[in-house]
Design a protein around this ligand. Structure first.
Ligand code: ZN
Length: 331
């Protein structure tokens, strides 16, 4: 019989503790040790911060590491647990999914103790760390093929009280975008499992493109703002400048706001993030490169909306997402 997942240290020890979350071995590989940091200052909010859920989104692990340094100097109460890399196998491969079993960690929560390695990671986090927190920040980024603003996101939640508290927490990041994102692929997300247990869960989608110093500074400031709003650290929220603008918008997006490529080709963006568009405005053009006629197809706005994310110079297969639009949130 395999061992149960566990921590190598006592989370209730006061002050700074470091150790590992032990994910037991299975038939596919031996046990996995995930570095965990705990900063325990007694009574107060209980926060879990995770990064590296998707292995090609490296801003999260970097910001999580920076937070550990900051919290050691600034935290005044409560408990923060930081797990910078949820899925080291995916991060080492710079891959969204785990190469060993092909699974997307963020679609198989709460995991399985007797499953493959990705399922065992989800099981260990769900059973050992999630019960220790009331609030969870899961630090993602939108991936290297997209232009997407720094955003604090959630999904529609059936419980109106938890929905309102979650949107307030997301807005406390004071990032350029707070987003309520309704899509059809939420089964097995870390968010859903945490929310079903009554926890406030905010997923930070920290921009797109490659990791850069300016973006990292915005991301880190956003997470610090939320930690200050929770009362774990004293201070004033920082207002953030994104592409020379200081503004925060709260938007919502639905499955019908996802614009897909009608064929295989190269997508050319014609609009930028936060552009306002009318119905029929061209958002991008798909160039069919295998046709001698050099045909192209306009991708147009389905209605009055705001460009939320746009593929940046990608070769895309048919029926792949190339742009997302959104509208101001109506709760
Ligand atoms: Zn992600």
């Amino acid at each position: 019989m395999s061992k149960a997942p566990h921590l190598t240290f006592d989370l209730d020890m006061p002050g700074v503790s470091r150790g590992h979350l032990v994910v037991p071995g299975g038939s596919d590989r031996g046990e996995l040790l995930l570095p965990v940091f705990s900063l325990n200052k007694g009574e107060g909010p209980r926060l879990l911060v995770t990064g590296g859920n998707h292995g090609d989104e490296l801003e999260g692990p970097l910001v999580a590491r920076r937070l550990i340094e900051w919290l050691q100097k600034e935290q005044i109460c409560g408990r923060v647990i930081v797990l910078p890399v949820l899925n080291p196998l995916a991060v080492e491969a710079w891959s969204r999914n785990t190469p060993l079993d092909g699974l997307n960690l963020n679609r198989i929560f709460p995991g399985r103790a007797d499953g493959s390695v990705t399922q065992r990671i989800a099981d260990a986090v769900s059973r050992v760390l999630l019960p220790m927190a009331d609030t969870v920040f899961d630090l993602h980024s939108f991936g290297p093929r997209w232009d997407f603003p720094p955003a604090a996101t959630t999904h529609p939640i059936a419980d109106p009280d938890l929905m309102a508290r979650t949107v307030r927490m997301a807005e406390a990041f004071k990032l350029p975008l707070t987003l309520v994102w309704q899509h059809n692929d939420t089964v097995g997300m870390f968010d859903i499992v945490a929310q079903n247990r009554g926890k406030v869960f905010v997923c930070a989608e920290f921009g797109g493109g490659t990791v850069g110093a300016n973006n990292l500074a915005i991301y880190e400031a956003g997470v610090r703002n939320a930690i200050i709003a929770l009362g774990l650290v004293e201070g004033e929220a920082e207002s953030l400048t994104f592409r020379e603008q200081k503004s925060c918008q709260t938007l919502e997006t639905h499955p019908s706001d996802e614009l897909k490529s009608p064929a295989t080709g190269i997508f050319e963006p014609r609009r930028s993030v936060f552009d306002e568009v009318k119905q029929g405005d061209v958002i991008g053009i798909l160039h069919l490169m295998d046709s001698p006629a050099a045909e192209s197809i306009d991708i147009c706005a389905p209605g009055p909306s705001i460009v939320l994310g746009i593929a940046s110079g990608a070769h895309v297969d048919a029926n792949k997402l190339v742009a997302i639009v959104a509208r101001p949130l109506k709760l």
